[in-house]
Design a protein around this ligand. Structure first.
Ligand SMILES: Cc1cc2nc3c(=O)[nH]c(=O)nc-3n(C[C@H](O)[C@H](O)[C@H](O)COP(=O)(O)O)c2cc1C
Length: 193
């Protein structure tokens, strides 16, 4: 089993990256082959909606890091995707990444119309996680949904979600062994399913 982890924080060594490491360590405990990608090290242009991918089935508008990530995403049995909460939402890095998964949709001629996905029926799964400062549900926003819903539309079964709240400073979660152990346990469970 191959599991690809993708962290969407612009902050190197921040809470998202610490937790991604723990989630992947849990998956590795179960024998998974794991790899972590930090979107802050990638150059991913925003999708412009040119729709060339509808016929080209890949992005021929931008020759950027997405073309390095695509083979890894296609080879992975599972994705672990995480973002800090920024203004109730995901980071721009994560949003650009998700939008650039658009070539994997298979659209009908009629627009608006039904669609499918390259990943549909392949048995791929995903784990989505977020980090936030605030404990209040209203202030933590909708970052989980902002990743979970597009991944489901793309044909991934989201089998696990984790929302880690109460962490503000860079790496604050590194000092919380209970949360780190929880992430490792979730990573193990994700790899087993
Ligand atoms: C621009 C910005 C916006 C933020 N918006 C929110 C928010 O809406 N709700 C919240 O709970 N925390 C918010 N935070 C706090 C971060 O989610 C928190 O610091 C998180 O631990 C950062 O993760 P990282 O260390 O992986 O970058 C925000 C932080 C920044 C820099």
């Amino acid at each position: 089993m191959k599991i690809l982890g993708i962290a969407g924080s612009p902050r190197a060594g921040g809470n998202t990256e610490v937790l991604l490491g723990d989630l992947l360590a849990g998956a590795a405990d179960e024998g998974a082959e794991t790899e972590a990608v930090f979107l802050r090290t990638c150059a991913i242009h925003s999708c412009t909606g040119c729709e060339r991918c509808r016929t080209d089935l890949t992005c021929t508008r931008f020759y950027d890091s997405m073309h390095l990530l695509s083979p890894k995403i296609e080879a992975a049995d599972g994705l672990i995707v995480g973002s800090p909460t920024y203004n109730y939402n995901i980071t721009p890095e994560m949003k650009a990444f998700i939008d650039r998964l658009y070539p994997y949709y298979r659209f009908s001629e009629a627009r608006p119309g039904p669609w499918s996905s390259y990943f549909a029926g392949l048995g791929k799964k995903a784990l989505v996680f977020t980090v936030a400062e605030q404990h209040d549900l209203a202030e933590r926003g909708f970052a989980v949904e902002a990743m979970q819903r597009p991944l489901e539309a793309l044909g991934f079964e989201v089998t696990e979600t984790l929302h880690a709240e109460g962490y503000f400073a860079k790496g604050a979660v590194a000092k919380d062994p209970a949360m780190r152990e929880r992430a490792r346990t979730i990573g193990r469970r994700f790899a087993r399913r």
